[in-house]
Design a protein around this ligand. Sequence first.
Ligand code: ARG
Length: 458
Amino acid sequence: MKLWAGRFHKELDQKTNDFNSSISFDSRMAKEDIEGSVAHATMLGACGVIDAKESEKICAELQKILAEIEDGTLEIDREAEDIHTFVEGELTARLGAAGKRLHTARSRNDQVAVDVKLYLKKQCKTLHGQIKELIGVLCKKALENSGVVMPGYTHMQRAQPITFGHHLLAYAEMFQRDLSRLEDTEKRMDECPLGSGALAGTTYPLNREMTASLLGFAGATNNSLDGVSDRDFCMELAADIAIAMVHLSRFSEEIILWCSWEFKFVELDDAFSTGSSIMPQKKNPDIAELVRGKSGRAIGDLTTLLTMMKGLPLAYNKDMQEDKEAIFDAVDTLHMCLTAFVPMIDTMRVLPQNMRKAAAKGFINATDCADYLVGKGMPFRDAYKITGELVAYCIENEQTLETVPLDKYKTFSELFDNGIFDAISLENCVNGRKVLGGPAPENVCAQAKRVLQKLGVQ
Ligand code: ARG
């Protein structure tokens, strides 16, 4: 029996019913739907809108329904239009008239908005915890690798010497911003729309603050039209997730490169790698590739939500039923990716000798050579030009800045003396980069500890 049966003379066409229904994807909010109903019924009882005894009966039965859904004794009817209809139908089947009073002063429009918010608030907490765990792993690995010299790249060309710990902490920064974006989104999500009714509030003397606080919201929404038609919290969370997935995707791309024989900077644990069905030698970074691929889904989910909302007049429109599959997919995607990604990073073996070898090629200390001349009083532009000529000489003669003898250096500039070899030693180059935010091992250790402390991990 449809909720709206009174006005209609016919049943909804079967295939149209399937099209119209959202039960296949909103039944995951069964718990939140029941929590919302319990709070609503409690408040109706407290305000005298329904009888206090009846309110108690409703709440007790709703809790029973929830327990039965959770232990599998009550199956959710796939023919129901949505989870709200199913729960109310089940309650009414059990309690008769009392069940029919639950929906007093409520609409599915404010109900669905509160359900989605309650559900997403929990998901935010889970994702927050997972991202925090990832940052913890990154800081731990940064501490272990604070002195590991590697080439830093621009344009995928070896550029300047950095430390592997520094490289990892760059990602720790990105993921910290993801955390703060999530926190921000949670704050704005923290308003309860129950009591907005279908769109125009209600004439019943509701205590909306009470429902809000029973459900753990910081407060109630201020405008009934906005309360039922706002989906900013979905779009914001999807944006947060898309950005976090872009970060994971960039990191994955680097891991994929680092696993190649051309780099061999790291080796993934067997538990987080796959083989080939035909090539016996292969060890593939499938997890990282899949995370990189799945970032596309998250971007798609955000696009779906933005496009779905962009032309909607106030207040509720059925288009908005489409919010759930998109935001649930985004949440699931980030959750699954982090579940595999965090232990993959945690168990990844770092190969410092290979990083060091790569750092020795590509003239990544050329800037330091120029800076050495600047230290001797030469203007930077002149020092830059002379060092460029030196590099050209090295390339033509298959040398590096370390192998060129001092006599030869002097033909480029009289200012060179034996100190140049210290100045271009890669260890000295990274140790000297102590400027705030720089890659020096002491910076890396201090920063990793600061982050761990801030997160309360250590
Ligand atoms: N299943 C609907 C949704 O997900 C619930 C709200 C239905 N409201 C309505 N007026 N048809 O959006």
